[in-house]
Write a protein that binds this ligand. Structure first.
Ligand SMILES: *Cc1c(COP(=O)(O)O)cnc(C)c1O
Length: 360
């Protein structure tokens, strides 16, 4: 068996230990005689799997007692609609910060349900920097302020989270949740699809302050009403049970590694190694402003684009896959989430240096 270093933006690499545990438990989960996929979501076996996953996540992120964790479906893109349906709560509009592809998708979807004010945009900079907080034109009457914590396509990440006063701050954290410590109490809601930094696709996590529950728009599908989901322990309808189980195994792995603080330390080291290599030479172009560079999705281009195919082919031959950038920005993108070991980044950096020596 040969496993590659998978730099995919998502669905992304999972910790090998997690996959091994899942494989060992595939046919018979802990003496139950059943695969987790075959269990009733209301049976005591799955209920224990579900509760353990939630309590591990609560512990990892130090989620305060007045926050609910919802295990939903539909991905972050569905959540872009579900969230305004639930959180507009009679307000005329919500504030959105436009930092690139994913925040543009969020605000376009929200417009179907209410007013959207784009309070700041990175468009003028070609989405290479996050607009200064001092220049945001926030509306104190807004239902919430929406940001995208990490722009997975453009490769931008908030180095720290903005203070937006009393209006609830909402963040799409699909691609950097659990990559670094975060103070949940500063947010009204956090949401993200699982397939970047948590587990398999199909599961969407929402962490929501309790007082924001209730008052969903009448058009909200019942299964997507946050209050209904919360009141039913995320089991109003059948949840994505297997994804929930794997997420729980990832949380257990994270805890055993030393938790989110240790992940942040490792992610800093991986990002420093990769950006350090990029910065050492003009052979590589780095579009994103230094202070807003993502530690999860490292976006870069070759000075000479005609070498792109050769670079990617050589990488693939060395077991380094999924490095091609998103079609919107082109070039390369190395996604180095929690499950990417430093050995993978080292192997990439070694190949980059070798390639530069022979083509530079
Ligand atoms: C991947 C991604 C999405 C899209 O998520 P789906 O689960 O495919 O709906 C949205 N936002 C961000 C920041 C992402 O990285």
């Amino acid at each position: 068996m040969t496993r590659v270093f998978n730099f995919s933006p998502g669905p992304a690499a999972l910790p090998e230990e997690v996959l091994r545990t899942a494989a060992a438990e595939m046919l018979d989960w802990q003496g139950s005689g059943l695969s987790v996929m075959e269990m009733s979501h209301r049976g005591k076996e799955f209920m224990s799997i579900a509760a353990e996953a939630e309590s591990l996540l609560r512990e990892l992120l130090a989620v305060p007692a007045n926050y609910r964790i919802l295990f939903m479906q539909g991905g972050a893109l569905a959540e872009n609609a579900i969230l305004p349906m639930n959180l507009l709560r009679g307000r005329a509009s919500a504030d959105y910060v436009d930092t690139g592809e994913w925040s543009k998708k969020s605000l376009a979807e929200a417009r179907r349900y209410g007013g959207v004010n784009i309070v700041a945009s990175g468009q003028d900079s070609g989405y290479t920097r996050i607009p200064d907080r001092a220049d945001w034109r926030l509306d104190p009457q807004a239902a919430y302020v929406h940001i995208c914590s990490n722009e997975t396509i453009g490769g931008l990440q908030y180095p720290e989270y903005p203070d937006v006063g009393d209006v609830p701050l909402v963040a799409d954290v699909s691609s950097d949740i659990l990559s670094r410590p975060l103070d949940v109490s500063r947010f009204g809601a956090l949401y993200g699809g699982a397939q970047k930094n948590i587990g398999p696709s199909g599961l969407t996590l929402v962490i929501l302050r309790e007082d924001l529950l209730g008052g969903a728009l009448p058009c909200t599908p019942t299964a997507f009403d946050y209050k209904v989901v919360a009141d039913n322990g995320s089991m109003y309808n059948t949840p994505p049970t297997y994804s929930w189980y794997i997420a729980g195994l990832v949380f257990k792995w994270l805890k055993a590694q030393g938790g989110v603080a240790e992940m942040a330390r490792r992610n800093d080291a991986k990002a420093a190694l990769l950006y350090g290599t990029l910065d050492a030479s003009d052979f590589w172009l780095k579009p994103v402003a230094r202070e807003h560079r993502s530690k999860m999705n490292v976006v870069f281009r070759l000075q000479d684009e005609s070498l792109d195919e050769a670079f990617l082919a050589g990488a693939k031959a060395r077991g380094l896959v999924q490095l091609k950038g998103h079609r919107v920005v082109g070039g390369m993108r190395a996604s180095i989430y929690n499950a990417m070991p430093i050995e993978g980044v080292q192997a990439l950096v070694d190949w980059m240096r070798e390639f530069e020596r022979s083509h530079g």
